[in-house]
Ligand binder design. Structure first.
Ligand SMILES: Cc1cc2nc3c(=O)[nH]c(=O)nc-3n(C[C@H](O)[C@H](O)[C@H](O)COP(=O)(O)OP(=O)(O)OC[C@H]3O[C@@H](n4cnc5c(N)ncnc54)[C@H](O)[C@@H]3O)c2cc1C
Length: 640
């Protein structure tokens, strides 16, 4: 009987698809020691970078990570079953390009703008997305070059639109290909997906359209047609996260405005308008932009983690079955974050505390988070209130803010954002970085626990969205230079804050917006929802996913109460947490279909990671790649 080479189709050639290929290659000697293998990477966008990181986007858009914090490669810190294969982080890559060590990465190949950026960045720069695009494309080439000749990688520029099965074979239809690709195993690394509007968004859109108003629903900001936003008009913006930052970049600098150092301070900026910009009036449930990124190093060394919220601490709590995050886990989660904060305070700023690290660690460990005893101990240990962690303030920085009108509200919001920036830049406040490092550790443990069924459905429906949002607000904020730009725009009166508890309505032929912080109501003829669409496999505009949902081959994660009522449909694709295997609508695991990335129910923090962090994303890529290789048939039989 004729034999085919074994074949894997990876749908999506962004960071996840690329990272997966790297791990497939690394694990090959052990799990597929001989035989030919075809790997098909399918993506309508450039392979390596994919849609989010494609070069064809505004050069003004920047990464939200520092150059030294972005790697696609494993290192000795990564605890995974597969072998460690070192490779350059973005920052290493930049230096190697500068030193002429990478033959394809010349000034000519990069072009003058990217080359100028490349020669200027340092480890702590937040590089442009275009530079990251180039790094990711190089990583893909590097990964492919390291594969043995028996592995062939095929790059297909096109969208996968369907997967069918005949016997053991799967067939992937790709736009532009005359015939479907045969696959033994298929991986959906399809990332951030567009979705048709929700019922509420449709309703708002219909009412806005009926009144001749403009409503831009949630969307990937780089793909939004912003030409409908007119110069000088007031634009209501709902959402102050990273999509808001992109919107600001595109509507101000993107329309010809410029930031220059303010005359009175080298740190502050002044905005020189182009005349083409609108006025944004923006709000959200929190009412404030995310906390700034930190711009300093740890002074006390990396806190030993996990310390209070690791597997050994969690196991006894969940031994009796799934638990409630708020009631059972949060005290330990908070204590772990606080451990990161106070470890840095005590070890890095010993002059500001009343005891040494050993004594602090022992007494801190003995007390329960959230008790009067712990509060009293911390007040004693760190006399300056600014040195004490306030998780409530981090979560709701504008809680309780009130002003008679929008004008009076502005300085209140702006002062808090400016103070937040100061604390994330001034090395006196490095405990923020300690807390951030601990939060990453907590995030990983929560993901793991969730995957193991350790949380009740009610808690997953209620607490996990809150935790994700809190994590984003604290750990995924904009770099300081973006915060300075937003403050300059606020100073120019071009970005105005509505405050926390924002609401929107269509009434009397206009859009109206207000908040819990002020009685003033703002009217406008345009509203932008500045955020990505909520995850929804069922509403996905991706034809492949739509087909798989229709066929029952992909199912959404639905959280049920004990009495069978639906608590929440997360819209995320159900997978077996250990290996990303797809779970169909009947609850059966497909042995040779997998999904990995932000569209799945396994939430892994970031696609990129700082080297030396034993990052969850690298460990997970390894686990999926090993499962995919293990799923391949001993020999691939020919189909009819
Ligand atoms: C605007 C934005 C900025 C971000 N900035 C950062 C940052 O600075 N640092 C960080 O660590 N993380 C950042 N993230 C997080 C982000 O999740 C990751 O950086 C990363 O892009 C995720 O990789 P991915 O491959 O899973 O998904 P994606 O990057 O979305 O890639 C998925 C790919 O699948 C393709 N695809 C989808 N459907 C099909 C189909 N049917 N057929 C073929 N191809 C298909 C898409 O075209 C896309 O190229 C950012 C996210 C966004 C949205």
């Amino acid at each position: 009987m004729p034999r085919h080479p074994r074949s894997i189709v990876v749908v999506g050639a962004g960071p996840r698809g690329t990272g997966l290929l790297e791990r497939l290659g690394a694990n090959l000697p052990e799990l597929l020691p001989d035989g030919e293998l075809d790997v098909h990477l399918v993506d309508p966008f450039p392979p390596g970078a994919g849609r989010i990181w494609r070069h064809a986007q505004s050069p003004l858009l920047a990464m939200n990570s520092m150059a030294a914090d972005v790697t696609m490669y494993t290192d000795d810190s990564v605890v995974c079953a597969g072998p460690i294969v070192a490779g350059p982080s973005l920052w290493d890559w930049v230096q190697r390009v500068r030193d002429g060590e990478l033959p394809t990465e010349t000034a000519d190949a990069l072009g003058p703008a990217l080359w100028a950026e490349l020669t200027a960045v340092d480890a702590s720069t937040f590089p442009s997305r275009q530079l990251q695009s180039r790094y990711l494309e190089w990583v893909l080439r590097d990964v492919v070059a390291a594969l043995p000749p028996r592995v062939r990688v095929h790059l297909h520029t096109g969208r996968a639109t369907a997967v069918t099965e005949t016997g053991e074979d799967q067939w992937v239809t790709v736009e532009g290909l005359a015939a479907p690709i045969r696959a033994d195993s298929v991986v959906l690394a399809s990332g951030h997906l567009d979705a048709t509007p929700t019922v509420d968004e449709l309703d708002l859109g219909a009412r806005a359209a009926a009144a001749g108003l403009r409503y831009l629903p949630p969307e990937q900001t780089t793909d939004t047609d912003l030409s409908v936003v007119r110069p000088g008009e007031t634009v209501l913006v709902r959402g102050l996260g990273l999509a808001f930052v992109d919107l600001v970049v595109l509507l101000f600098e993107g329309r010809g405005g410029r930031f220059v150092p303010a005359a009175d301070s080298s740190d502050q900026l002044r905005y020189i308008p182009s005349g083409d910009e609108p006025v944004l009036v923006a709000g959200s449930p929190r009412g404030s932009i995310y906390h700034s990124k930190t711009h300093y190093q740890l002074r006390g060394g990396r806190p030993p983690l996990p310390r209070h919220f690791g597997p050994a601490d969690i196991a006894p709590l969940v031994a009796g079955g799934p638990v409630d995050m708020g009631a059972t886990l949060w005290p330990l989660m908070a204590k772990e974050i606080a451990w990161g904060w106070y470890h840095e305070l005590v070890a890095g700023h010993p002059d500001r505390v009343t005891l040494d690290l050993d004594e602090f660690a022992a007494r801190f460990a003995a007390l329960r988070w959230g008790t009067a005893e712990m509060d009293a101990f911390l007040a004693d240990a760190a006399p300056d209130p600014l040195d004490r962690l306030d998780l409530d303030a981090l979560d709701r920085p504008l809680a309780g803010l009130a002003a008679p009108d929008l004008d009076a509200l502005q300085p209140l919001v702006v002062d808090r954002i400016a103070e937040d920036l100061r604390q994330h830049v001034d090395p006196r406040h490095t405990p923020h970085l300690g807390a951030f490092v601990a939060m990453l550790s907590v995030y990983g443990e929560v993901t793991q626990l969730q995957g193991e069924g350790g949380l009740t459905a009610a808690s997953r429906a209620r607490d996990v969205p809150w935790w994700q949002s809190f994590f984003n607000a604290v750990a995924s904020g904009p770099p300081g230079f973006r915060v300075r730009q937003i403050l300059a725009l606020a100073d120019a009166g071009l970005v105005r804050f509505l405050g926390p508890g924002m609401w929107v309505s269509v009434e009397g032929g206009v859009l109206r917006a207000g908040s819990a912080a002020t009685p003033e109501i703002v009217t406008s003829t345009i509203l932008v929802d500045a955020r990505l669409p909520d995850s929804s496999a069922a509403r996905s505009t991706d034809p492949l996913l739509a087909q798989l949902v229709r066929d029952g081959a992909v199912s959404e994660e639905i959280l049920y109460a004990d009495d069978g009522t639906v608590l929440r449909n997360t819209g995320l694709i159900r997978v077996r947490p250990a290996d990303g295997a797809l779970v169909d609508a009947r609850g059966a695991v497909h042995p040779r279909r997998f999904a990995v990335g932000p569209h799945t129910a396994v939430k892994v923090a970031g696609a990129f990671t700082r080297p030396g962090m034993n990052a969850q994303s690298l460990r997970y890529n390894d686990a999926i790649a090993r499962a995919v290789l293990a799923s391949l048939p001993a020999e691939s039989a020919a189909a009819a």
